[in-house]
Design a protein around this ligand. Sequence first.
Ligand SMILES: Cc1ncc(COP(=O)(O)O)c(C=O)c1O
Length: 285
Amino acid sequence: MAIVYLNGAFLPEAQALIPANDRGFIFGDGIYEVVRILEGQVFAWDGHAARMTQGLAGIRIEAFGAADVAALHDVCTRLVRENDLATGEATVYLQVSRGAATRTHHFPPAGTPATVYAAAQRFTPNFAMRDQGAKGITMPDIRWARCDLKTVNLLGPVLARQAAKEQDAYEAILHRDGMVTEGAATNAFAVIDGVLRTHPLTHHILPGITRAILMELVRELGIPCEERPVSLPELPGAAELFVCGTTTDVQPIVTLDGKPIGTGAPGPITVRLKEAFAKRLYGRA
Ligand SMILES: Cc1ncc(COP(=O)(O)O)c(C=O)c1O
């Protein structure tokens, strides 16, 4: 049985019990992260830790600060070892909620400890889908106004990904007020008139760790890129479209709502970035 981490202890999953009045369960009142593990090492830890710290501060979970987040690095590596995942690829899910307390909308009494949970699992990238491209659909972005915070309240993405699955698609590309924001669980990029474009970092998108690495690679490779939203009418005419994320890497989207994007095959800018990102991730070509 999997060994998981709960509130300072490493224990079999079946023994990891959380009180029913935990605010993560009752309100979705918590922050999470998903990190990628390669050969026992956490990829891009500093970015994930910084985002988690900002997210916790953003929803005012004061019982778990930057030093507590930093200590989760070693929780990740120990979980990986305990679960025999130190070779190959894995992911670790980390969650911090505002803790268990009598149900009130306002915060629980000062001193209520946060509930801290982490679990590791084997991860196998879908290289065939990355190479061939995947289907996407478009959906209205029904999420709240602070999508920059990685909260466990994920109903918007849950409904969007289910709609995608029912249409045999990988991802739902979300739009708000006529502008593409991001994917349900990814950031989105499109090539329009030879320029790579993605939504700027506002409250309407998650500041993706993969997105940040791609922005570095774009500069290194000299690919023209603008942080400017793509409008919904522009999207079907994009020459290329891809989404990115910790478990998605760079994933070309080759059909959208049943119609081909560009030639209907992964485009040249997407492929260059996909390869450059793979090199960064795996440390080789
Ligand atoms: C809404 C959303 N956008 C973007 C991403 C990609 O972020 P990252 O690259 O940090 O995994 C995620 C990841 O889960 C996400 O949920």
